[in-house]
Every structure is written in C-alpha cells, then in structure tokens.
Write a new protein. Structure first.
Length: 166
C-alpha cells in the first residue's frame, strides 16, 4: 500500500481544506486564506489522512493477510515505508517459492477479519464494495448480510484521523 500523506503546515490536512471551503462559502474565510490552506494542506504523495477509502482498504488488506503487519499505518514518504516495500518484496519471493497463492490466504475467515477491522476503525463504507469484489475474484462467498451480521457484534472503537508528525 502507498501509505498516508504527511500533514501540511500547521498540521493541516484534507479536512482543513474542507473546513476552509465551508468557511469561504459562509464568508468567514477570505480568498487569500483559502488559497493558503489549499496550498499548504497536502504537501506530497500519499493517501488522504483519514479513514477514507485508501486508508480503510490499506487496513482491510492488512487484516486480510495480503500485506505485511503495520504496513497500513506508515507514511507514504518515509524510510519506514521504503523498508516495508523491501520486506514485502522478500515476502512475495518466499510465498512464490512456497507455492502460496492469494487464494490460499483469502479465506472466509480472513474476509470476516477484514470486515471486523473496517468496522472497528470506523472505515469507509466503500470497503463493502471493494471487499465484496475481492471476495468474488477469490471465489469466497461473501454477501452484504455478512457485514450486517458482523457489524451487530463489533463496536466502532475509534474515529481515526492521521496523527500529526511532530
């Protein structure tokens, strides 16, 4: 996975842009202030710093067993992500040598784990569509009712937002 984006100046992120646009529409944020927020909130590569689709799916894919542990929690532009990529390449080589394929890992239990993680983290509802599609491709029976069933027993543990780097 690509990793999350670093916050911009004054710890600004995509939510800062949304808020500035709303303030601009209300007349409480000037054109110049809006432009400043837009220019300094998203400083580089990576997925938007919240539990939107990209970070939700990074967490779900990690829970599925299709990425290495902790790979969903790294910044896109970091030495940690570079090392993660190196380790992922090594893992793929080992899996191929052991004749372990994605369909060996993508079991019904793995999908239930990914759904559980997605719900507990308050992830994007787009995960439903993506997980159903991945399950279909992996020939794993998964239905919308499975999300409802799991959701009845799994609490939302946190409303996650990317932590600021200080």
């Amino acid at each position: 996975m690509a990793g999350t984006i670093r916050p911009g100046a004054q710890h600004r992120d995509i939510v800062s842009v949304f808020e500035a646009i709303g303030g601009h529409a209300r007349g409480t944020v000037s054109d110049a202030a809006l432009l400043d927020v837009e220019r300094t909130s998203i400083p580089g590569a990576g997925s938007c710093g919240g539990m939107y689709t990209a970070n939700t799916m990074a967490s779900a894919i990690e829970a599925l067993g299709m990425s290495l542990p902790n790979s969903s929690a790294q910044e896109a532009v970091s030495e940690t992500k570079r090392e993660d990529c190196r380790r992922a390449g090594e893992a793929v080589v080992r899996l191929i040598a052991a004749d372990i394929r994605p369909r060996h890992i993508l079991t019904r239990k793995a999908f239930e784990n990914a759904i559980t993680v997605t719900i507990a983290l308050g992830g994007s509802t787009n995960a439903v569509l993506h997980l159903l599609a991945i399950a279909h491709a992996a020939r794993v029976r998964l239905a919308l009712d499975d999300f409802t069933r799991i959701g009845k027993r799994v609490p939302v543990l946190a409303d996650l937002k990317r932590a600021a780097v200080i």
